[in-house]
Structure formats: structure tokens, C-alpha cells
Design a binder for this molecule. Structure first.
Ligand code: GLP
Length: 264
């Protein structure tokens, strides 16, 4: 893992956007895995700016979202369909037919639906760059603690902590759906490259466990230790519980000197 620690959220967002933009420029037919949540909002904002001001071109790109609440229609304001539309798709030149988000309105044949989502990813050539956030319990996508590290796209029951964290996105009289469709850990690990973002002190314990703890299904992000090409971009607060941060700084310096393409 290449761990990059930035001073604050804005710097984290710029760094992450630089990595994504460089990947899009190198491969105009890139397949991007998209995450939702508050953390990547600054990254998407910067990608939109680069599209508007620097002609960053998404017309050949394809996207696959990690997850979606089960039981939410695509046009619900808290759906991840709405999120990706509002924060990226409607603001750049992604083609509608190249945008994929799991369908939260499926109500039967879930396994077939999830297999078909995976088949679409394979047909697109696999995910070149997967963007991830991390939940306070150390989960990625909606792969809650104790998810199988070999899991594939499936319906997953949300943990109480995740329901609580996501309640603000729903109205006061609305409940967070109890389940979601999410790419599995096995699915995520097949991405060619992974970019994990975390911001704020509330993520510092999850981040430390994911990067420096044992690989365990109780912190599903720790499975990323098995992947050969992961970049983690943190702000100071999210990095505050890391034990080896001086070492990460030296690794970054040397990587920038020896293999700068790994940091782009
Ligand atoms: C949800 C999403 C994750 C996201 C996490 C953290 O659980 N399924 O993809 O990483 O929330 O969200 P935030 O960035 O808002 O803290």
C-alpha cells in the first residue's frame, strides 16, 4: 500500500482527483469503480472542475458504483443513483449507457441480478481504478464486519452503526433501508488499482486497523493489504492513529523518485 497523508480534506481531494484524472487521461476508455458518501465529494467536485476548465474527457469512460440501498427507487433523493447523477454524471460528459449502479428496486431473483452486475463488469474488461471510502467500522462498500473476504456482489444486511451513520441522508420520518446490494470484497480486490480515501478523526481507528492491523473480516478494508496496487490518501486527522507514518513518508519520497507513475 502506498499511504499518502495530506494536510486537510481539500488537499486530500486534490491529490485523489489528480490520480483519477491522470488515469483517465492515460486511458480514455477507463473503467472506474465509484464510491459514494461524503468523503469522495471533494474528489468529484475537482473532477468536474477539471472537466469544465481542463477538458478532462469522460466520453469513453465507464463507471460501476459499488453499492445501492435495496428497496430504494433510483430517483429517491438518498439513492446512490441520485448521488452519482448529482455529483458527477450530470456535470461531466459520461455517456448515460456507460454508467452502472446496482438497481435497488429489484425485488426477486437477487442472486441472478447480482451475477449479472458482475458479468457487466467483466464484459467491460474489469475495473481499472476503484475509488473507495471507508466506514467507521472499517467497511468498504457495504461489506459490513464479518463479510466474507471472498464475497461477490450480493444483498447484504446493514449493521446498526452503518444505519445510524447514514440516517442523516434520509428524512426524519424515513428509515434507512435494512439491506443493500454491494460489490463483495472478492469483487473489489479484482480491480486493477484501488484508491482509498479517508478524512477526519472518526475514521482514524478504522484506517489504522485497515492498514496496520491483521487481515480480518471484522475490518473488511484490511483485505486491501492483499492487493498489490492500493493508494490510500488520508488527511492528518484520519492518519492520526497510524504507527508507521514516518516510514510511509519515506516510501512516498522514494516512490516519487523511482517509479513516479505509481503516484500519478
Ligand atoms: C457507506 C458507503 C461506503 C462509504 C461509507 C463512508 O457505508 N456504502 O461506500 O465509504 O459509507 O461514508 P462517508 O464517506 O460519508 O463517511
Amino acid at each position: 500500500m502506498l499511504v499518502i497523508i495530506e494536510n486537510n480534506y481539500d488537499a486530500l481531494s486534490l491529490r485523489a482527483a489528480g490520480i483519477v484524472a491522470s488515469a483517465v487521461r492515460k486511458n480514455p476508455r477507463i473503467v472506474l469503480g465509484l464510491a459514494t458518501g461524503n468523503t469522495p465529494l471533494g474528489l468529484y467536485r475537482e473532477l468536474v472542475r477539471l472537466h469544465c476548465e481542463k477538458a478532462l474527457d469522460f466520453s469513453g469512460a465507464t463507471t460501476f458504483n459499488l453499492d445501492e440501498y435495496l428497496g430504494l427507487p433510483a430517483n429517491h433523493r438518498a439513492s446512490f443513483h441520485t448521488y452519482v447523477q448529482d455529483h458527477l454524471a450530470s456535470r461531466v460528459n459520461l455517456l448515460r449507457e456507460n454508467i452502472h449502479v446496482p438497481d435497488g428496486s429489484v425485488h426477486e431473483h437477487y442472486e441472478e441480478y447480482c451475477s449479472a452486475y458482475e458479468a457487466l463488469i467483466r464484459k467491460a474488461g474489469g475495473i481499472d481504478l476503484q475509488i473507495l471510502g471507508i466506514g467507521k467500522t472499517g467497511h468498504i462498500g457495504f461489506n459490513e464486519p464479518t463479510s466474507s473476504l471472498g464475497s461477490r456482489t450480493r444483498v447484504k444486511t446493514l449493521a446498526p452503526a452503518t444505519i445510524q451513520d447514514n440516517q442523516p441522508n434520509f428524512g426524519p420520518n424515513e428509515s434507512v433501508p435494512p439491506c443493500a446490494i454491494t460489490m463483495g470484497i472478492g469483487t473489489i480486490l479484482e480491480a486493477h488499482r484501488i484508491l482509498l480515501l479517508a478524512s477526519g478523526a472518526s475514521k482514524s481507528s478504522a484506517v489504522a486497523q485497515a492498514i496496520e492491523g491483521p487481515i480480518t473480516s471484522t475490518v473488511t478494508a484490511s483485505a486491501l493489504q492483499l492487493h498489490p496496487d492500493v493508494i490510500v490518501v488520508l488527511d492528518e486527522d484520519a492518519a492520526s492513529q497510524l504507527r508507521y507514518r514516518d516510514y510511509y513518508e519515506r516510501v512516498l519520497q522514494n516512490t516519487m523518485q523511482l517509479t513516479p507513475e505509481r503516484v500519478e
